[in-house]
Design a protein around this ligand. Structure first.
Ligand code: IMP
Ligand code: MG
Length: 183
C-alpha cells in the first residue's frame, strides 16, 4: 500500500474486533439454523469473499457455499444504480435455506435485487441476508439485513473485502478513507 493511501486511512474495526464479531454472528446463525436442513451460503463476489470464508469456518451447522458476482452499472466508488449479474448461480437452490453474504449494505439496491431475484426465480425455502457492514443513512429503499456485523456512519470504507477502484480488498482491518486518492 502506498504511503499516501496509508496516511489517509483510519482504522474503524481492527482484525481482532472483526474476528470477535464474526464469532458472535456465527453463534447466532448456528443457533438459528440448528434445526434446519440444507443451508446454503451465497457469497456476493467480490466484496463478500473474506467475510463468507471467515464466517463459514465458525459455523457449527453444515452448509454449502455458492457464489454470485454482481456489479452495478456505472459503479465507481458510488453505489449501485442498475444491477448487473456477472456470474449467476450454477446450482439449484430449490427448497434450500439461503443466507446471502455481502460485505456492506449501502443504498440497499444490490441485496434487494438479489434477494427478490432468488425468491421469485429459484424457489428457495427461505432467504436471509448477512452483511459485515450496514450504512443505514444511505438507504434508498426499504431494506434491512437479517444479520449485521457493524452499523456505521456514512464513510467510504475499504479493507476486509471492500475496495476502492478494485484495490485494497485484502487489507485485514476495516478502515475509512479521509479523502479519496487517485491510485
Ligand atoms: P448498495 O447496492 O448501494 O447497497 O451497495 C452495495 C455495494 O456498493 C457493495 O457491495 C459495495 O461494492 C459498494 N459499496 C458501498 N459502500 C461502499 C464503501 O464504503 N466502500 C466500498 N464499496 C462500497
Ligand atoms: Mg460489493
Amino acid at each position: 500500500m502506498s504511503e499516501n493511501i496509508r496516511a489517509s486511512l483510519t482504522v474503524l474495526f481492527s482484525e481482532e474486533e472483526i474476528n470477535i464479531r464474526i464469532t458472535e454472528l456465527a453463534e447466532q446463525i448456528s443457533n438459528d439454523y440448528k434445526e434446519k436442513k440444507n443451508l446454503v451460503l451465497i457469497c456476493v463476489l467480490k466484496g463478500g469473499v473474506f467475510f463468507t470464508i471467515d464466517l463459514s469456518r465458525k459455523l457449527n451447522v453444515e452448509c454449502e457455499i455458492e457464489f454470485v458476482e454482481l456489479s452495478s452499472y456505472g459503479e465507481n466508488f458510488e453505489s449501485a444504480k442498475e444491477i448487473i449479474v456477472n456470474k449467476d448461480l450454477i446450482c439449484s437452490i430449490e427448497n434450500k435455506n439461503i443466507i446471502i453474504i455481502e460485505d456492506i449494505v449501502d443504498t440497499g439496491r444490490t441485496l434487494n435485487y438479489l434477494k427478490n431475484d432468488l425468491k421469485i426465480n429459484k424457489k428457495p425455502l427461505s432467504v436471509k441476508t448477512c452483511v459485515m457492514l450496514d450504512k443505514p443513512s444511505r438507504r434508498e429503499l426499504d431494506f434491512e439485513a437479517d444479520y449485521v456485523g457493524f452499523t456505521i456512519e456514512d464513510k467510504f470504507i475499504i479493507g476486509y473485502g471492500l475496495d476502492y477502484k478494485n484495490k485494497f480488498r485484502n487489507i485485514k482491518y476495516i478502515g475509512y478513507m479521509k479523502k479519496l486518492i487517485n491510485t
